[in-house]
Structures are given as structure tokens and as C-alpha cells.
Design a protein around this ligand. Structure first.
Ligand code: OXD
Ligand code: MN
Length: 594
């Protein structure tokens, strides 16, 4: 029975039912009893596997299809009316053409199945930040995952009332046919259609599809920002908590930073870190002229491999109850394992494909993109402000990257538009280990390349315009934890010690510490990065980590200009000016660069 009388919702669902032809429709009220019932049903069909309830209470296991283990950027579309509004970095198709194609694929796709109607909220229900959506899906795995990752059920329907202001999402596993797999966004209709995938990143529509791609369009129209950023609270020994947001391309330790544990010398002094979000931040100007952030999600969809008691004890602790594990190793005692958890790969276990696994044969047991879906409230470092409907005020925005030699440990932008330019040219690079050569630089502006729902250059303009809405904007910084020495070893210890850099950043925000001018931005005085208790790191090491190499930065400027070319006339002038200015400054005699 429908749980709302909202005519807009009911009319849309009726159209979807007519298209997908499910045997029945079940509304998700968010109650424990209903969710547990669905879980038990899925144990019966093998869609889910129960784990050892003594060791992992409330946890279960899921395998996705072997051809369906990651986001599919090549099949992800932004279907707005005009192609130029999607921009050169998104796939585009005219909405009518795409709808005709999808209509054929969806026709009867739920025959013999149940359609679950999942009402959900991104953000705390009733808060000024919250936005509501519905996901219609034929997957119990997706339904239960949405109940972890978002706030679902009756309270959402009550808050929505009769309003037409909701995001529509229609998901079907269909045949899991990779050739007919589409993840499609219609930003002008607030509509998401995802078909032929059951993998979380494609199928949990609240996350990347809504909270980033659709929300980035809403944010542009409404004067806020929807960003691929973690939110971290940093408590100093005086008990004050300051919040930062940070964007990183993949494989740069974003989840570790979001759940940072201070190094011992800091802990002893009373420093603490609080996790507000690990992946997505919605940022709005507050009445005080500052930028305020919420994490619109309610759980973590984290990469399992590499997560360990050493690398990220908070993430690991988050997975100890009420968690869904996907595509990891299933042990014979009903618990789970993945590469990097510890040094003891299990025997008598099944790999992510469900095959008996012999760890000595060199194959991976867990898929490299295997995941845990864990409630945020399980995290030992979850912030007391996590459920604050007003969010938290942001002191600093940090853009990261993985650069072997170019980018310094930390750089402060000269001003807001310089910071936006820094974010737009964010990059990671690979080293071609065999030849020892610096490899290809991949630009990932604001870590939003696959997630920006409109033209990237318009998005940068929106970032520039945001300054005008903020009386007291956060300062913008870049960081790079990944500088290497001549042997390719990392110079900076990273992990918890990154707090030493965050401390400098916050001191800068409060005007408590000085800075040194460089052609590319403000740098710390090397003495101002606290290295107490750090073995093998001296002030000279910090100096090396802050070094600006003239030739590499000329190359960088050329690389950024080349990257910007694809955006043509839409590229905001301040961005081009910023790179030209930097290029020229590299030659200023006052910097005396070699
Ligand atoms: C993620 C991603 O899964 O960014 O968070 O791909
Ligand atoms: Mn992400």
C-alpha cells in the first residue's frame, strides 16, 4: 500500500510500474522489522549470505556479477537539452533520444520481480540542507544498502508532504547486461535512470548520481556547492574544533584523512579528530557569511582492500556490525577478509567470485574495488555534529593530489579565485616504475571529473561566483602527501602525521602563523611545521617537501593551459590569468629559483 498521498509521487510511480511491469510494489517504511524481513528473503534466494552473527552482528555478504564491479564512466550520461551545457567532460545524448532507448530496455524489466519504493533523504530529515528522493529498485541489496547510506522511510514522506520537489530515481538490475548498462541523469527533470547494474556506485542512486551529479546542478541554480569532499573536525588542546573539507582524486587516502587519528605526541597534548563525512559535502553560505557543510549521507561505502587496524582503525571498527560486505573474501568461519587487512590470507575461503581460493596461487581474493557499506554512527570518530541539521562551519578547503615531485606538501592560495584555479588543475600522476620515469598526469578538477552534472567551466564560474555570497570565505589550500625521493620512497610519513600540516593550515586560518611567498602561492616557513616526535624528519626534510622546482612548474603551467583548451570560451578568465601569472612569477628575480 502506498505510504503517501502525494499526487506527484503516485503519478510518477504509476508510470514506472506501467513500464517495468513488476509483479508487486512494496513501499519501504524504514522499520527494522521490514528491513530484516527483506534480508531474510534475500538469504533464501542467495542474493545475500548471512555472516557469523557472533563475530559480525547484523552483517551480511553480497557478490555482484563478475561483469559489474565498478562505476561505468563510459556509460554514464548527462542528458540536458543542449550538449554544450553538459560540456566536454561528460557523455551526452539528447533527452528524448535517450528516453526512447531506455524505454525499450526498461520495458517489462521487473516482470516476475518486486519493485521496492525507497523514500530517502540526503541530509537530516527536515533540515534546511535536506533534499528528498525516491529510488524505485528491483534489488533487495540496493534497498538495504540505501537504508544504511541514507535516511529512509516514513519520516521522509512526512517531511515531503504533497510537494513536487523530489528527485526521481528508477533503478533496475534488468539482465545485468553490460552492453545495455546506462547510468543516466536528466538534470532538468531531477530524474536518474540506472539500468543493468547492481554495483553500488551505479545503483545506490542517492550517492554519486543524486548527491553529486544532480545536486551540483541544483547547487548552481540555488547558490551553494555539492562537492566530492570529506569533512573533518579538528579539536585542539584548548578544546576548540575547526572544520575542513578536502577533495582528493581516488587512491590518495581520502577515507584515511576523514578518519584521521592524531599521532601520539598530538594525542598526549589533547588533539582529537572528528569525522563528519568521508565522501560528499554539501556547502551553503550561512547567515554569518561563512560556508557551512553537511554530509548528506548516513553511511560509508568504503573500499575494503588496504583497510586495516594500522591504516585506518576507525574505518575497520565501523564495519564490525550492521555492515554489508561486497566482493570480499568469504572465510569458512563466516567472517571476511581482503588484501591489506592483515598478513594472514585465509585458507578454505571463497574469493570474490565465490570460487575456492588458494592464496598461494598469486590471485587476488577480494576484488580491488570490493566494498563495505557501514552505518556512519558505527565510526568511533564520528562527530557529535554529524546529526546537526545546520552543519558545521568550514575554515579551510583543501585540494589534494598525488605528485612525485611537482607539488609542495602544502600551499595556501593567494585569494579565492587563485584557490579555485588550484582546484581546477588538481592532478594525480603515475610513475612508470619500470623506466623510473614520471608518468602521465591525470587532471581531476576538484575530484569532480566524473561527478559534475554540467559543463566543467560553468562549474568553475559557479565556484568563482560563490565568493560573492560569502562574507567570510574559507581559505583554500592544496596538499600533496606523495613527494618521493630519488629512490621513489615517500618523503612524508602521511596518515596521522598529516595532522601536522592541518595544524599549520588552521593556524593560517586564524592568523596565528606566518607564511612565505612563492610563485605558486603561500608556503609555510619550514620551522612552522611541527615535527616533534617524527623519526627521520628534520627541518631540511620539510624544506625539501616545500621546494618549488622552476622547470617542473613551467611544465605544469603548460600542462594546465593545454588542459584548459578543451573548455574554449567558457573558461573563466581568472583561471587563465592565474596560470599565466604563475608562469611569469617563476622568473621573478626575487624568488631566485634555480
Ligand atoms: C567512490 C568514488 O566510490 O569516488 O567514492 O569512486
Ligand atoms: Mn568518492
Amino acid at each position: 500500500m502506498a505510504l503517501t498521498a502525494n499526487p506527484h509521487v503516485l503519478a510518477w510511480i504509476e508510470r514506472c510500474v506501467a513500464l517495468c511491469k513488476p509483479d508487486k510494489v512494496v513501499w519501504i517504511d524504514g522499520s527494522r522489522a521490514q528491513l530484516d524481513g527483506l534480508r531474510d528473503e534475500a538469504y533464501g534466494t542467495g542474493e545475500l549470505i548471512e555472516l557469523n552473527q557472533e563475530k559480525l552482528p547484523g552483517c551480511f555478504y553480497h557478490r555482484s556479477a563478475v561483469n559489474d564491479v565498478a562505476r561505468v564512466e563510459g556509460r554514464t550520461f548527462i542528458c540536458c537539452e543542449k550538449q554544450e551545457d553538459a560540456g566536454p567532460t561528460n557523455n551526452w545524448m539528447a533527452p528524448d533520444e535517450m528516453k526512447a532507448k531506455l524505454r525499450d530496455i526498461y520495458d517489462g524489466c521487473m516482470a516476475g520481480r518486486t519493485m521496492y519504493v525507497v523514500p530517502y533523504s540526503m541530509g537530516i530529515v527536515g533540515s534546511p540542507f535536506a533534499k528528498y528522493g525516491f529510488e524505485l529498485t528491483d534489488s533487495i541489496y540496493v534497498t538495504l544498502s540505501m537504508a544504511i547510506m541514507t535516511r529512509v522511510g516514513q519520516s521522509v514522506l512526512d517531511a515531503l508532504g504533497d510537494s513536487p520537489d523530489f528527485i526521481k530515481g528508477l533503478h533496475s538490475k534488468a539482465e545485468l547486461d553490460a552492453d545495455k548498462r546506462y547510468i543516466v541523469h536528466f538534470p532538468q527533470e531531477n530524474y536518474i535512470m540506472s539500468v543493468n547494474s547492481g554495483y553500488g556506485g551505479n545503483a545506490l542512486l542517492g550517492k554519486k548520481c543524486f548527491a553529486l551529479r544532480i545536486a551540483s546542478c541544483l547547487a548552481r541554480d540555488e547558490g551553494w556547492l555539492a562537492e566530492h569532499m570529506l569533512i573533518l573536525g579538528i579539536q585542539n588542546p584548548e578544546g576548540e574544533i575547526h572544520y575542513v573539507c578536502a577533495a582528493f582524486p581516488s587512491a590518495c587516502g581520502k577515507t584515511n584523512l576523514a578518519m584521521l587519528i592524531p599521532p601520539e605526541v598530538y594525542r598526549e597534548k589533547g588533539w582529537k579528530c572528528w569525522t563528519v563525512g568521508d565522501d560528499i559535502a554539501w556547502l551553503r553560505p550561512g547567515p554569518d557569511g561563512r560556508l557551512w557543510a553537511v554530509n548528506p549521507e548516513n553511511g560509508f561505502f568504503g573500499v575494503a582492500p588496504g583497510t586495516s587496524a594500522k591504516s585506518n582503525p576507525n574505518a575497520l571498527a565501523s564495519t564490525m556490525k550492521d555492515t554489508i560486505f561486497t566482493n570480499v573474501v568469504l572465510k569458512d568461519d563466516g567472517t571476511v577478509w581482503w588484501e591489506g587487512l592483515d598478513k594472514n590470507p585465509p585458507t578454505n575461503a571463497l574469493n570474490w567470485k565465490g570460487e575456492p581460493w588458494d592464496p598461494s596461487d598469486g590471485s587476488k581474493g577480494a576484488h580491488p574495488n570490493s566494498r563495505f557499506t557501514a552505518p556512519a554512527k558505527n565510526c568511533p570518530s564520528i562527530s557529535p555534529e554529524f546529526d546537526n541539521p545546520q552543519g558545521v562551519p568550514i575554515s579551510a578547503i583543501i585540494f589534494g593530489g598525488r605528485r612525485a615531485r611537482t607539488a609542495p606538501l602544502v600551499t595556501e592560495s593567494f585569494h579565492w579565485s587563485h584557490g579555485v584555479a588550484m582546484g581546477s588543475s588538481m592532478a594525480s600522476e603515475k610513475t612508470a616504475a619500470a623506466e623510473g620515469k614520471v608518468g602521465e598526469v591525470r587532471r581531476d578538477p576538484m575530484a569532480m571529473l566524473p561527478f559534475c552534472g554540467y559543463h566543467m567551466a560553468d562549474y568553475w564560474q559557479h565556484w568563482l561566483d560563490m565568493e560573492g555570497l560569502l562574507l567570510n570565505p574559507p581559505k583554500i589550500f592544496t596538499v600533496n602527501w606523495f613527494r618521493t625521493d630519488e629512490n621513489g620512497g615517500f618523503i612524508w610519513p602521511g596518515f596521522g602525521d598529516n595532522l601536522r600540516v592541518l595544524e599549520w593550515i588552521l593556524n593560517r586560518c586564524e592568523g596565528k602563523v606566518g607564511r612565505v611567498e612563492s610563485p605558486i602561492g603561500w608556503l609555510p616557513n619550514p620551522e612552522d611545521i611541527d615535527i616533534t616526535g617524527l623519526e627521520g624528519v628534520t627541518v631540511d626534510t620539510i624544506r625539501e617537501l616545500l621546494y618549488v622546482d622552476k622547470e617542473l612548474w613551467h611544465e605544469e603551467a603548460a600542462g594546465i593551459r593545454e588542459y584548459y583548451e578543451q573548455f574554449g570560451d567558457k573558461l573563466p578568465l581568472p583561471m587563465l590569468e592565474s596560470v599565466k601569472y604563475m608562469d611569469a612569477r617563476l622568473e621573478y628575480p626575487k624568488f631566485n629559483l634555480k
